[in-house]
Design a protein around this ligand. Structure first.
Ligand code: NAD
Length: 384
């Protein structure tokens, strides 16, 4: 793949143990004086928001601490009303992809309310009116990307719609591994597999480029050394630091390339059934890798090597198959769900989910063309 297109998103990344302490000085330097914080009720309940609120002091005008999974449209409207009432000039997301998604969608909605125009970048370098600051506490990687998904309900059916624009990308990201020490094993494992999926789909993306490939391989190396260790002992700070580095690399790889079947189908499953994103990723990733095996063997063989699987003397097909097997092993070791039926997906919904996935642009960016809805139904049945 010789030709490529790469966009930089003008982000500042601060990574390190205790990096959260830099939030106050960075807000001061940036001139943000009317900030809003977005987080889940869980983060409030476990006392994780108090330190952030203390660091911001009088700069914090409001906190929206009711973020729900999959970014329901109603969440965005409530958060935007709150942000508008307080005339905020920056939005902080503290948490996983859900908090970051609400902050991204709120920033865009607020800009549109204030200007009366679509908040779309005319040039990739255009900056948002109300920047997002992301403090990720999971490994999902949304902090690095120009994308959010929002869940809408139409005629009683809910589905997730994605919005992509350079202005959506958080402008400041603070990665502090100390904030991940309390991440429960199930969320550690599920969001870690989501990060692995970003690397895998970036490696075989139809729009991959040298930087996305380099980031994806480095991300896989870091995650394969650390993820299972984080699940076995959440307090292992070295493993946590390495996994968060892997999440940063995975998010970087994801940010600039088209994802494929795996991401497309997981969005449909999560949006339509409410299954946790990490759970849907765990069930689907080995199946999608096998589906894509013949079309992407050289790239999956690279993945195998990055995961530390000995590949010398083996052909690309064999190495590629071992990459899918290794990921399936991690999923088993970390006790993640392996069947759609375990995560609340009803069998009778499979044809509908297949049709919804067939309508997804992301699914059609898959390196192995998806030509028939029956292929997707068969894949879902295999995973059910
Ligand atoms: P999440 O944000 O829904 O968090 C899962 C749960 O973990 C929540 O209950 C949360 O409160 C809890 N949690 C988070 N951090 C914690 C901590 N340190 N300790 C204890 N509990 C903690 O899950 P997620 O998987 O991070 O994000 C999923 C969402 O993000 C989905 O909507 C997905 O589509 C989206 N996503 C978007 C992108 C993108 O590029 N736009 C990338 C990945 C995921």
């Amino acid at each position: 793949m010789g030709a490529f297109h790469y966009t930089f998103f003008a982000q500042e990344i601060v990574f390190g143990r205790g990096a959260l302490d830099q939030l106050g000085p960075l807000a001061e330097r940036s001139g943000w004086t009317r900030m809003m914080l977005c987080a889940t009720a869980g983060a409030r309940a476990r006392g994780a928001l108090a330190p952030v609120e203390a660091l911001l002091g009088e700069r914090l005008m409001a906190t929206y601490d009711r973020v729900q999974a999959h970014v329901p449209e109603s969440d965005v409207t409530t958060a935007t009303d709150l942000a508008a009432r307080h005339a905020v000039d920056a939005i902080i997301a503290f948490g996983g992809g859900s908090a970051i998604g609400v902050a991204k969608a709120t920033s865009i909605a607020l800009e549109e309310r204030r200007t009366g125009r679509p908040a779309r970048a005319a040039f990739p370098t255009d900056q948002p009116l109300i920047p997002v600051i992301a403090i990720p506490t999971t490994y999902a990687g949304s902090e690095m990307t120009p994308v959010y998904g929002v869940t809408r309900e139409v005629d009683g059916v809910s589905s997730k719609v994605t919005v992509t624009d350079p202005k959506i990308t958080p402008k400041l990201v603070i990665y502090d591994p100390l904030l991940t020490l309390d991440l429960p094993p199930r969320v550690t494992a599920g969001t870690g597999i989501n990060a692995v999926a970003h690397c895998v789909e970036a490696l075989y993306s139809i729009t991959r480029n040298p930087l996305s490939t380099a980031a994806a391989l480095a991300g896989l190396r870091a995650l394969s050394r650390s993820l299972v260790r984080c699940c076995e002992n959440g307090a292992d700070i070295e493993a946590r630091e390495e996994a968060l580095t892997g999440a940063f690399l995975a998010g970087t790889a994801l940010s600039n390339v088209a994802m494929g079947l795996h991401h497309g189908i997981c969005h449909v499953i999560g949006g339509a059934t409410g299954a946790a994103h990490g759970d849907a990723n765990s069930v689907m990733l080995p199946h999608v890798m096998r589906f894509n095996l013949a079309a992407t063997a050289p790239q999956l063989a690279q993945a195998a090597e990055a995961m530390g699987i000995p590949v010398s003397g083996r052909g690309p097909d064999e190495s590629a198959a071992s990459a899918a097997e290794r990921i399936a092993d991690w999923i088993e070791q970390m006790r993640l769900p392996r069947r759609l039926r375990e995560i609340g997906v009803e069998e009778e919904r499979l044809p509908e989910l297949a049709r919804m996935a067939f309508a997804s642009r992301t699914v059609h960016n898959n390196p192995r063309p998806v030509t028939d809805v029956a292929q997707l139904e068969a894949l879902l049945r295999e995973a059910w």
